[in-house]
Ligand binder design. Structure first.
Ligand code: DGT
Ligand code: CA
Ligand code: CA
Length: 568
């Protein structure tokens, strides 16, 4: 769905308009962005039906912009604003603690346009003098710049995947194309990706290339050739396309899916067996022994098929040779989502809309887990409100036959490891998710002890986003993960694989470690809107990269089994 992208651009326009002090239009664009964010249908469909202007807060003017974004991937007005203000918002907003108001201040007072400017001015201590800043903030900015810089050249999987899928669909729709696959790090579901890689088979390569470079999503052609082209999309990301014959497509798939490290291993194995592996096939002398399908190549080398998510040369090649690969978790295995928010706290959609979303996903159960009292910025619920929501859930459960709504909460773990909701109230809940939301820099021992204390509370079922990281913004907090995994195993606390594209926490390697400690997992979306329920595929991808099987993940159980597992 394009909804999130449209909302993002409308929000970016509002950011620029804040620089112009055009607060009337800032409000209009923010309102429109909000409308699009909470939509429960695909904006492209609404556009095709000519119903954009029927949406709340969307008039002719903004509808026109949305139309442009749907059709061209961007809007002229947006491009002009970007030209007028040579401020790299994307880059600056990647720095934790910088919002549009501060960016405006920094641009107007110090001419700061990008990370380099920001770093220079911070080091010269020019920032602390500005209104509302101070030396503490200046110091924090300097630390956060380092982090933002490290990642700016890569893109979040969750943001790139819809774009890649769109390109794939468009090329698939051409009569000249046969097979189209997204390969590279996207196929491996790596949390951040450098570029989009596409492979195609076709009898008419020239037509495909001509179409590819002229797509309205394309900003700039980097190379156009008969079998390979590279473009930079308007979004800024590069996209490669390569054409191969049907007969060698499997070999090309394997080669361009990577990872490079696994490819090296596979070539070594081929050589040790007197063969040669390339993107054109597996050869014995001059004869191609396999190449049409990936499976054929693996089998010809006497190993099992390795799912793309495992192809990182982290032991999967050896396991495939021994026939010991895990039978990985699948998206279809997930029976319920146990971490979501409605507009009772800081979610965008109503409780009913979130539940409907879960029904659309085909879930058997879903838990509503609003933020609680002490998290003021997220409009946390107090005990009374929680009980009120519980009654509302009772009512919905009576009405609905297709799903069971579980009562829950995402409680805050305070600085001492205590929870911000009393045990008497938590006892009434079906699912208690506990999370650290503040004081993440408390220090190794204190933070570990705090999380352990929370897990030892028998009312806590799930530890949410255990390391608190935010991709490209905040690194994993310093905690003793071995101890946390051991305590999780002992207390039966489930560890979350959070599917939010920015979190993906636990990350792949920590999933693997947790499983080695005997922990059980849940894969949740932490959805704050109905659309975000679709992020489950990202969490499942991450769990798969961590070798998780269906049996390791408790929300693959049917309702009865799941509730029993929670009690045990
Ligand atoms: P990215 O784009 O940085 O997220 O990572 P990838 O894995 O998509 O890397 P990319 O786009 O440079 O290349 C796609 C795949 O092509 C890569 O996973 C493995 C294969 N490949 C590219 N260059 C080489 C190479 O020099 N040697 C080998 N063995 N494989 C390569
Ligand atoms: Ca790539
Ligand atoms: Ca590439």
């Amino acid at each position: 769905m394009l909804n999130e992208k449209v909302a993002k651009i409308l929000n970016s326009i509002a950011d620029y308009l804040e620089m112009e002090d055009d607060f009337f239009r800032v409000k209009a664009y923010r309102q429109a962005a909000h409308t699009v964010e909470v939509l429960t249908t695909d904006i492209e469909t609404i556009h095709q039906e000519g119903k954009l202007i029927k949406l709340p807060g969307i008039g002719q003017h903004i509808a026109g912009k949305i139309e442009e974004i749907i059709e061209k991937g961007t809007a002229d007005f947006y491009e002009k604003l970007k030209e007028k203000y040579p401020v790299n918002f994307e880059e600056l907003r990647g720095v934790e603690g910088l919002g549009p108001k501060t960016i405006k201040l920094l641009y107007q007072e110090l001419g700061i346009k990008n990370l380099d400017d920001l770093e220079r001015e911070a080091k010269r201590h020019h920032i602390r003098r500005l209104k509302g800043m101070g030396d503490k903030k200046e110091k924090a900015l300097l630390e956060n710049i380092v982090f933002a810089r490290k990642f700016r050249s890569r893109n979040l999987l969750g943001e790139v995947m819809p774009l890649a899928e769109k390109i794939k669909k468009r090329i698939e729709a051409l009569p000249q194309s046969r097979k189209v696959e997204i390969v590279g790090s996207i196929r491996r579901r790596k949390e951040t990706v450098g570029d989009i890689d596409v492979l195609v088979t076709t009898p008419q390569p020239q037509d495909i290339m001509d179409y590819f470079v002229s797509m309205d999503l394309v900003g700039e052609i980097i190379v156009q050739g008969p079998s390979k082209s590279t473009v930079r999309l308007k979004d800024g990301i590069e996209c490669d396309i390569r054409v191969f014959d049907e007969e060698v497509f499997g070999a090309a798939l394997m080669y361009f899916t990577g990872s490079k490290e696994m490819n090296v291993e596979m070539r070594k194995i081929s050589i040790s067996r007197g063969m040669k592996l390339s993107e054109y096939g597996l050869f014995k002398k001059e004869k191609r022994v396999a190449g049409k399908k990936e499976e054929d190549i693996f089998h010809a080398l006497e190993m099992d098929y390795i799912p793309p998510e495992l192809r990182e040369n982290r032991g999967e090649v050896e396991a495939a040779q021994k026939g010991e690969l895990p039978l990985l978790l699948k998206v279809e295995d997930i029976k319920g989502d146990l971490h979501l928010h409605s507009n009772w706290s800081d979610g965008k959609n109503t409780l009913e809309e979130m539940v409907l979303g879960a029904i659309f996903k085909g879930y058997e159960y879903v838990a509503i887990t609003e933020h609680t009292g002490s998290l003021k910025i997220a409009n946390g619920l107090g005990e009374e409100k929680l009980m009120q929501q519980a009654r509302e859930i009772d009512r919905l459960n009576d009405e609905l036959e297709n799903i069971t709504i579980l009562k829950g909460a995402e409680v805050n773990i305070d600085l001492d490891g205590r929870l911000d909701i009393r045990d008497e109230v938590l006892q009434e809940m079906d699912v208690v998710v506990a999370a650290v939301h503040s004081g993440l820099n408390q220090g190794y021992f204190d933070l570990t002890r705090r999380i352990v204390t929370a897990m030892e509370n028998e009312n806590v079922d799930i530890l949410a986003h255990p390391t608190g990281r935010k991709l490209q913004k905040r690194k994993e907090s310093e905690v003793n993960l071995n101890q946390i995994f051991d305590v999780a195993q002992e207390t039966g606390t489930l560890l979350e694989v959070n599917s939010n594209p920015v979190r993906l926490d636990l990350r792949d390697m920590n999933v693997k470690r947790a499983l080695e400690h005997g922990c059980k997992l849940v894969v949740n979306t932490d959805a704050h809107s109905q659309n975000q329920l679709n992020n489950i595929q990202l969490g499942v991808g991450t769990a798969r990269r961590g070798w998780a099987q269906k049996k390791d993940v408790v929300n693959t159980l049917p309702l009865k089994g799941f509730l029993k597992a929670l009690k045990d």
